[in-house]
Design a protein around this ligand. Structure first.
Ligand SMILES: [Zn+2]
Length: 381
C-alpha cells in the first residue's frame, strides 16, 4: 500500500541537503519514503493522509532509555526536591524491585512505556538492561527488550550491586554475564562515574564487549568530569551519553572523533542539576543527540518533545538544532542511516504535528502536539 501525506505546510526533513520545505508532499511505499516534492505535483497513491497545512517532522529517535524495570521512585524524587542530593545510589532500589518482578510484569511495563513513546512520536527507541545485575536477570531483561526494539544494550555495568566487590563484579560483567547477554544485545554500555565504574573497569567491560561483537556506548561525565568521554572516543563508541561535566580536552576529543554527544536534559531536570552546554559542543563541531534517558529514578519522562523544550530553554540550542538532535542526531548515535530524517530511501517514520511549525515543540511545552504518527509507512496513530 502506498501512502501520500499531502498539504504539508512545513516539512522539517532533518536532512541537510533538503532542509525545511513548504507546501510539500511525501509518498511512502513498502515502508520507505519514495517521493518528496511540491504539493501540487503529488502523485496518486492507495491511501492519503491530509496534513491540513500542519508541520511534518521525522519520527523521534530516542537513543537512550532504560525501560525494563519494576517499581516506583517517586518518594526519592520528592526527597530530592526537598533538598537531598542525587548520587546514583537509588539504582539499587530499582534493581531489587526488578529482580522480584515476573517476566510478564517487566514485559507489561516495557510495553506501556513504548506505547506511550509511540503516541508521542517516537518511532525508534533504544532499550538498555541494567536493573538485573545478575547473569540471569540481565539476560532476561535483554530478552524482553529485544521484543520491543532492535536497539538493545547490555548495561550489566550499570552499578556494582549491594554487597559485591567492584573488581569481582567487573570480571563477571566481562565474562559470564556478557556471554549470556551478547546474543540478545546489539550494544554494550557502562556507567563510567565516581561511585559506579572507574576508567579501568569501564575499559575492561567495553573491550570485552567489543570482542564479543557488541558496538559501544558509554554513560560518561554525568556527575563529574571523569575519563568516560575520552574513553568512549578512544574506543570508537557510537555515543557518549550525558556529557554534563566536560573539560576542554573532552570537547576536543569529541570534535576530533566520530562519537556523538548524547545529551539527556530530563536527568538534569529531575535531579535539579546544571544542564550540559550544548552550544559549546555544537560550536566545536560535535554531533549532538537528544534522548529521554527514560528511567524510574533520574529521568522518568518518555517525552522527546519535553527534552527538546528543555534543550532550547536551558542548553542554548535553537528549536531546529534541538529537533535535528532528537531525530538525525539520535540516528547517528545508533549508527543508523535509514531513520531520523525525511529523504527518499529512508524509512517512512513521520509525525504530523498539530502545529504549523516545528518551533511549537519548544514554544508550547507540555502541550500534546502529535496529530498523527506514521511508522514503517503505516498510519499507527
Ligand atoms: Zn541512562
Amino acid at each position: 500500500m502506498s501512502l501520500l501525506i499531502d498539504n504539508i505546510g512545513e516539512l522539517f526533513t532533518a536532512d541537510p541537503t533538503l532542509g525545511v520545505l513548504h507546501d510539500a508532499a511525501v509518498v511512502a511505499d513498502e515502508g520507505h519514503i519514495v517521493w518528496i516534492g511540491p504539493n501540487t505535483a503529488a502523485p496518486e497513491t492507495d491511501e492519503r493522509l491530509d496534513a491540513g497545512g500542519r508541520a511534518v517532522i521525522p519520527g523521534f529517535v530516542d537513543s537512550h532509555a532504560h525501560l525494563v524495570f519494576a517499581g516506583d521512585r517517586s518518594a526519592e524524587f520528592a526527597a530530592r526536591m526537598s533538598g537531598e542530593p542525587y548520587t546514583g545510589g537509588g539504582i539499587r532500589t530499582t534493581v531489587a524491585a526488578t529482580r522480584e518482578a515476573s517476566d510478564e510484569g517487566l514485559r507489561a511495563n516495557t510495553s506501556q512505556l513504548t506505547t506511550e513513546m509511540l503516541a508521542q512520536g517516537t518511532t525508534t527507541v533504544e532499550i538498555k538492561s541494567g536493573y538485573g545485575l545478575t547473569v540471569a536477570d540481565e539476560a532476561r531483561s535483554l530478552q524482553i527488550a529485544s521484543e520491543f526494539t532492535a536497539e538493545t544494550t547490555y548495561l550489566g555495568a550499570h552499578t556494582v550491586p549491594s554487597g559485591a566487590d567492584p573488581d569481582e563484579y567487573t570480571a563477571l560483567a566481562c565474562g559470564p554475564m556478557l556471554e549470556a547477554c551478547a546474543p540478545h544485545a546489539k550494544w554494550a554500555d557502562v556507567f563510567c562515574e565516581r561511585g559506579a565504574f572507574d576508567g579501568d573497569q569501564a575499559r575492561a567491560v567495553l573491550t570485552a564487549s567489543a570482542k564479543a561483537g557488541l558496538a559501544l556506548r558509554v554513560h560518561a561525565n554525568q556527575l563529574t568530569a571523569g575519563p568516560g568521554v575520552r574513553l568512549a572516543v578512544e574506543l570508537g563508541a557510537a555515543s557518549a551519553d550525558h556529557c554534563t561535566h566536560l573539560t576542554a580536552a573532552d570537547v576536543d576529543a569529541l570534535a576530533s572523533g566520530d562519537t556523538v554527544a548524547t545529551l539527556l536534559p530530563g536527568a538534569e531536570f529531575s535531579t535539579r542539576s546544571p544542564y550540559p552546554d550544548a552550544r559549546r559542543l555544537i560550536d566545536a563541531g560535535v554531533t549532538v543527540a537528544l534522548a529521554t534517558d527514560c528511567n524510574p529514578g533520574s529521568s522518568f519522562t518518555s517525552s522527546m518533545a519535553f527534552c527538546i523544550a528543555l534543550a532550547v530553554r536551558e542548553m542554548r540550542m535553537t528549536p531546529a538544532e534541538a529537533l535535528t538532535a532528537a531525530t538525525a542526531g539520535g540516528a547517528k548515535a545508533l549508527r543508523r542511516k535509514d531513520i531520523g530524517r525525511i529523504s527518499v530511501g529512508a524509512r517512512a517514520d513521520l509525525v504530523v504535528l498539530d502545529a504549523p511549525s516545528h518551533v511549537h515543540l519548544a514554544y508550547r511545552p507540555g502541550t500534546p502536539l502529535v496529530k498523527a504518527v506514521v511508522h514503517d509507512g503505516d498510519i499507527v496513530r
